[in-house]
Design a protein around this ligand. Structure first.
Ligand code: MRU
Length: 341
């Protein structure tokens, strides 16, 4: 197998957590090392690392940095999961690490080693799951498809390979010709900066469009399908994802275009009944009022910066997971893939 042109987003190197610094892409491929829980929390808050599955692995390795016994593992997990509320993977990753600590402590084994093993396993599982998810999703992508995606749900949002971008990659690896419309994704530009970088590295034809052009593209018949990632899928199939996802789903329904959500089962949260129960992060107004450190709006004006929106389940054509493609009615079909009661 050829090496992945996108290096691992999250890795354990020489006893430290190494993260691709996503703030500096696409201009520099640079890394940030974390050796304390504080550094991990700062990296998550500043979007050095972002994207639900990548946050899950970061949380697990972050707990590993601090876990000497079960109590210290729990303390690290509590601090890390408090940093961003929406992506359920943050809790999933931290919880997996804490469970490893508790089990090791109960049997008198080395807690730090057990937590690190669990984090490494979670990181490997992420890439395996994304490849399987991609293979399932590729069956939904016809030859010649023009695919619109939003935010970055690629390798950079995971440990590797990607979810929504993974579907596109798998279709291309299967010999299909695909063209991608990349929503720039205001205000932090995960699409223009990160997805465009990945697709360019992968030699997949990509065109960046302003978010506000999606309606025009759908109206002119230039989009065959939309595929996006998820920060959390509720038990009823409602989906939290990057702000701007919901209007795309409305447009897709208006124009009869399929709207797919690529979500590993680690992002499906059956304990959250509906989208209204998902906490939506609000971020600094400066992300809206400034661009690249340059002030756009006059002093004295405020901005509202919700980082995510909720797409109701009835607008979601299908949810693509590593265990297969799930279709409505989601309350009945999601439990079968997520492996939970
Ligand atoms: O604020 P971000 O960049 O962490 O938001 C990321 C997204 O909304 C992604 O689409 C989602 O996490 C899925 S990543 C596979």
């Amino acid at each position: 197998v050829a090496p992945d042109p996108i290096p691992p987003t999250v890795a354990w190197v020489d006893g430290r957590l190494q993260l691709i610094d996503q703030r500096r892409l696409p201009n520099d491929l640079a890394f940030v090392d974390c050796s304390t829980v504080d550094e991990v929390c700062d990296a998550i808050a500043a979007l050095v690392v972002r994207g639900a599955p990548a946050l899950g692995a970061t949380a697990a390795f972050g707990v590993a940095l601090h876990a000497r016994d079960a109590a210290s593992a729990r303390a690290a997990a509590a601090r890390i999961t408090a940093v961003r509320p929406t992506a359920v993977n943050l809790t999933v990753g931290a919880t997996r690490a804490v469970r490893a600590a508790e089990e090791a402590e109960a049997r008198g084994a080395d807690v730090a080693a057990a937590v690190l093993d669990a984090a490494e396993q979670l990181a490997r599982d992420d890439v395996t799951a994304n490849r399987a998810l991609g293979a399932h999703g590729a069956s939904l992508v016809p030859d010649g498809a023009r695919v619109l995606t939003h935010c970055n749900a690629g390798g950079l949002a995971c440990v590797g390979y990607g979810t929504a971008v993974g579907v596109i990659r798998a279709a291309v690896e299967g010999g299909r010709r695909v063209k991608v419309w990349v929503d720039e994704t205001r205000p932090v530009l995960q699409g223009a900066r990160l997805t465009a970088w990945e697709l360019t590295r992968l030699n997949i034809p990509a065109t960046v469009v302003a978010d506000v052009m999606a309606g025009s593209l759908l109206a002119s018949g230039d989009v065959d399908l939309i595929v996006v990632g998820a920060d959390r899928v509720a038990a009823n199939g409602d989906v939290a994802n990057k702000i701007g996802t919901y209007p795309l789903a409305v447009l897709a329904a208006r124009h009869g275009v399929p709207f797919y959500v690529a979500a590993p089962t680690s992002s499906i949260d059956l304990a959250t009944p509906a989208g209204t129960d998902i906490p939506v992060e609000e971020r600094s107004p400066d992300e809206v009022l400034e661009l690249g450190g340059h002030r756009l709006a006059p002093d004295g004006v405020g901005a509202l910066n919700r980082a995510f929106d909720i797409t109701p389940a009835d607008l979601v054509t299908a949810i693509i997971t590593e265990h297969g493609i799930v279709r409505p009615p989601y309350p009945a079909t999601l439990p079968a893939v997520s492996g939970e009661p």
